[in-house]
Design a protein. Sequence first.
Length: 94
Amino acid sequence: MRLHDSFVVHDGIRAKAYKPGSSKFYIDTRSGASYYRKGDQWHHLIRVIDRENDRYVETIRVLSTGELIRHVEEPLSEHFGHGGGKNQGRANKP
């Protein structure tokens, strides 16, 4: 009888920048592996939320193949209806 087992480690990094005396970040950046349950695949996610310059950038690729799944680069003020903002309308956007 032969037994075989393995494990894979995925990493990532996230950084937020705050101005002195402020409780809201002005930049939030994330890069690393992200598991997509619906597709049962690991993806590589790069996301930058830049409030100071009104920018939202997100790139998602399949980790195993590098296939581009999504690339968005738009003003943050026009980015709504995704993630935590799914239940917000235009009037409530940041």
